[in-house]
Design a protein around this ligand. Structure first.
Ligand SMILES: Nc1ncnc2c1ncn2[C@@H]1O[C@H](COP(=O)(O)OP(=O)(O)OP(=O)(O)O)[C@@H](O)[C@H]1O
Length: 272
C-alpha cells in the first residue's frame, strides 16, 4: 500500500465508510484479489457475491487490515487503513469457520467481547455496556439464551450471537461475512428489519452472501467477484446478480488458515 497523509477529523467524519482502490492481495504466493475497486457510501447496503474461492472473504479481511495487502489502497471513513484507529466505528462478523476457537463463553460474554473497543476502562463493564449487550442480544432474538453457554447453541443461533457481537459497539459500518449461513428464514426476516433500521439511521452495511433472500429490497448495490476481479457492480436487478447468488452448500474451511485467527479484537470468543 502507498502512504497517504492522515485525514483531518472533519474530513474523516464525512468521508465514505469504505473506499477500496486497485487492491491486490496474495495468499500463499498466489494472487487472490486482483485490482479491486469498491466503495461503500454512508447509508448504503452493498453485498459482495461470487462463487466459492472467488476471493470475497480475502477482500473483506484485507479491507479491515486483517490480512496484509500487496498493492492499492483502502480507506476507512477517509483514513488510510494503516493509520485507522477508530475501530469502534466498525462491527465485524467473521465467517463462522474462521471464528472457531473453543473458548467456553456464555452468549452474554461473547457479545460483551464486541464492546471492547467502546469501553473506557479495560475490565470494567459499565451500565451502558451492559445495556448495549442486552439490547443487541434481544435484537437478534436471543434474549432467552443470554446466560447459556454459546457452545451449546445451534449453528444458526451461534451465528445470531455473532451478529449481536458485531452490533453491540453501535458501529457506523457493519461488515459481515456470510452472516446468515444456517439462520432460518424467520430470523433472516427479523435481521432484515433490523438492518433496515440501521440503514435508515445512516449506517452502512457491507455483506458477503450467497443468497440475498429477505435482504434484497434493502440492497443498494451488488458487487460480483470472479477470480479476484470485480465482474459486476450495480443494482441487484441485473441478471448477472441472479446468476451469482446461489444457495451455499457445504462450507469448506481453508486448510492453511492461521490457527486462532478470530477477527478484529482477537477475542477468541467463538466456541467450536
Ligand atoms: N490462508 C490462505 N492461504 C492460501 N490460500 C488461501 C488462504 N485462504 C484462502 N485461500 C485461497 O484464496 C482463494 C480465495 O479464498 P476466499 O476465502 O477469499 O474465497 P471466498 O470467495 O470467500 O470463498 P467462499 O465463498 O467459499 O467463502 C481460494 O482459492 C482459497 O483457497
Amino acid at each position: 500500500m502507498t502512504d497517504h497523509p492522515r485525514t483531518s477529523p472533519v474530513e474523516a467524519s464525512s468521508a465514505q465508510p469504505l473506499a477500496i482502490s486497485d487492491l491486490r492481495v496474495a495468499l500463499g504466493g498466489r494472487t487472490v484479489v486482483r485490482g479491486v475497486d469498491l466503495t461503500v457510501r454512508r447509508g448504503e447496503f452493498v453485498v459482495l457475491l461470487g462463487s466459492n474461492g472467488s476471493g470475497k472473504s480475502t477482500l473483506m479481511r484485507a479491507a479491515l487490515g486483517l490480512l496484509p495487502t500487496h498493492g492499492g489502497e483502502v480507506r476507512l471513513f477517509g483514513t488510510p487503513l494503516r493509520s485507522f484507529r477508530d475501530h469502534a466505528r466498525i462491527g465485524y462478523v467473521p465467517q463462522r469457520s474462521t471464528a472457531a476457537s473453543g473458548v467456553p463463553s456464555t452468549v452474554r460474554e461473547v457479545v460483551m467481547s464486541g464492546r471492547l473497543a467502546r469501553r473506557r476502562f479495560v475490565g470494567v463493564a459499565g451500565r451502558a455496556d451492559r445495556g448495549a449487550v442486552a439490547e443487541a442480544i434481544s435484537a437478534v432474538g436471543m434474549g432467552a439464551y443470554a446466560h447459556a453457554p454459546a457452545a451449546e447453541l445451534s449453528g444458526g443461533q451461534q451465528q445470531r450471537v455473532m451478529i449481536a457481537r458485531g452490533l453491540v459497539g453501535d458501529p457506523d459500518l457493519l461488515v459481515l461475512d456470510e452472516p446468515t449461513a444456517g439462520v432460518d428464514l424467520a430470523h433472516q426476516v427479523s435481521l432484515a428489519t433490523l438492518f433496515g433500521q440501521l440503514l435508515a439511521e445512516g449506517r452502512s452495511i457491507f455483506m458477503i452472501a450467497h443468497e440475498l433472500g429477505p435482504f434484497e429490497p434493502l440492497i443498494n448495490r451488488a458487487v460480483v467477484l470472479r477470480d479476484g476481479r470485480v465482474a459486476y457492480d450495480g443494482p441487484c436487478s441485473d441478471e448477472r446478480v441472479g446468476a451469482s447468488s446461489e444457495p451455499h452448500s457445504q462450507h469448506h474451511p481453508h486448510l492453511d488458515e492461521p490457527p486462532g485467527f478470530v477477527g478484529v479484537e482477537g477475542t477468541g470468543a467463538w466456541p467450536s
